[in-house]
Design a protein around this ligand. Structure first.
Ligand SMILES: *Cc1c(COP(=O)(O)O)cnc(C)c1O
Length: 379
């Protein structure tokens, strides 16, 4: 089955008691048993919920995995992956990560004795020199946030296999419409479903998808034991969002391309980061592992003062100044003070995330209107 069909049908069957085509929101905390231990597969709603089951099965199908595991947020999903590790274990992560991921690694899991190496991975071979006997996990985000760097997933997976490491890919930016890390050799895919999967800026949700049963069992155990589960209403909203992912992503990609070109030829713009440009350093890898280039773009102005950037940030009307991304409406943001404020300034700047960088999540409005809006704000 192809992705568009899976997005609409996978995991979902009409409700057996009524025929409702949409999976109902099972807003219940517990389930009645006929006799002790004689039940319909549902005992307590932290452990199982039918709305969540439908979503988890859909998520597994669209990432070409076998098991979907849902969480109350993307970071709760990340938290669960890290709980596969033991004190003394080491993680190699890319140095251009979502700020909240960097924060949970350094401020929470370092305290529990896990060691992190944040490194440049645009050349995947660079990973090898950081692998030692304690290394257990490779953590990759690609395209990266907010600089749109590309990391070669297949090459990273090869290094992971050779060294018996788990490879986890945060696929939030690409979504399964553009990229399927499990097909490229990754062991674990993580999503902030808050973004493209939900797609309507109305829910916070996270997901993990894996292929291996043993790994899935550990993750379901962590999901139930630690309890960062999503509510059924949120599962319903993500399920509903998934049904149009392919249609939305197609438009995000079209609009993204038009706006990236517009910014690039603008006399006041210095640099545009977008992995669809042929001269993007890893464009050839993006072309291999992705089916399109998405709607995330970042750029700097020739006037590199924070003041000039702030003028643009507060000058748009259709692009709303807000954190987050991946919704139908266009957003504009300032990573240094918003999404990436939790990364120390020296570290940010060393990795190219300068104070004047502006990030766009290009929505699915009409491109002409979006360009007119940016044009006016840039001046
Ligand atoms: C937003 C985001 C997260 C965190 O997800 P939440 O749902 O906000 O907890 C993780 N990774 C990336 C790439 C994100 O954009």
């Amino acid at each position: 089955m192809k992705l568009g069909t899976k997005l609409i049908h996978a995991g979902v069957t009409p409700d057996p008691s009524t025929g409702a085509i949409m999976t109902p929101i099972f807003q219940t905390s517990t389930y009645v048993q006929n006799a002790p231990g004689d039940h319909k597969g549902y005992e307590y709603a932290r452990t199982q919920n039918p709305t969540r089951d439908a979503l988890q099965n859909a998520l597994a199908a669209i990432e070409n995995g076998k098991y979907g595991i849902s969480f109350g947020s993307g970071l709760a999903a990340t938290d669960a992956v890290m709980k596969l590790l033991q004190p003394g274990d080491e993680v190699i992560a890319s140095n251009d990560l979502y700020g909240g991921t960097y924060r949970i690694f350094t401020k929470i899991f370092e305290r529990y004795g896990i060691k992190f190496h944040f490194i440049g991975m645009q050349d995947a071979e660079n990973i090898r020199q950081y692998v030692n006997k304690n290394t257990k996990l490779l953590w990759i985000e690609t395209p990266t946030n907010p600089l749109l760097n590309i990391i070669d997933i297949a090459a990273s997976a090869k290094i992971a296999k050779e060294n018996k490491l788990l490879l986890c890919v945060d696929n939030t930016f690409a979504s399964p419409y553009l990229q399927n890390p499990l097909d490229l050799g990754a062991d674990i895919v993580v999503h902030s479903a808050t973004k493209y999967l939900g797609g309507h800026s109305d829910v916070v949700h996270g997901a993990i998808v894996v292929k291996e049963e043993a790994l899935a069992k550990q993750l379901y155990f962590i999901q139930n034991s630690c309890g960062a589960v999503p509510g059924p209403q949120d599962c319903f909203l993500v399920l509903r969002g998934l049904k149009t992912l392919h249609v939305r992503m197609q438009r995000h990609c079209e609009n993204g391309a038009v706006i990236a070109q517009f910014l690039r030829q603008h006399p006041k713009v210095a640099k545009v980061h977008w992995c669809g440009f042929e001269d993007h350093p890893n464009h050839h890898i993006a072309k291999q592992q992705m089916r399109g280039f998405g709607g995330m773009i970042s750029f700097t102005l020739k006037d590199d003062s924070q003041e000039a950037a702030f003028k643009v940030l507060s000058g748009t009307h259709l692009f709303s100044l807000a954190e987050s991304l991946g919704g139908v409406e266009s957003l504009i943001g300032h990573p240094a003070s918003m999404t990436h404020a939790s990364i120390p300034r020296e570290e940010r700047i060393a990795n190219g995330l300068v104070d004047s960088l502006i990030r766009l999540s290009v929505g699915i409005e009409d491109a002409e209107d979006l360009i007119a809006d940016l044009s006016k704000a840039i001046g």
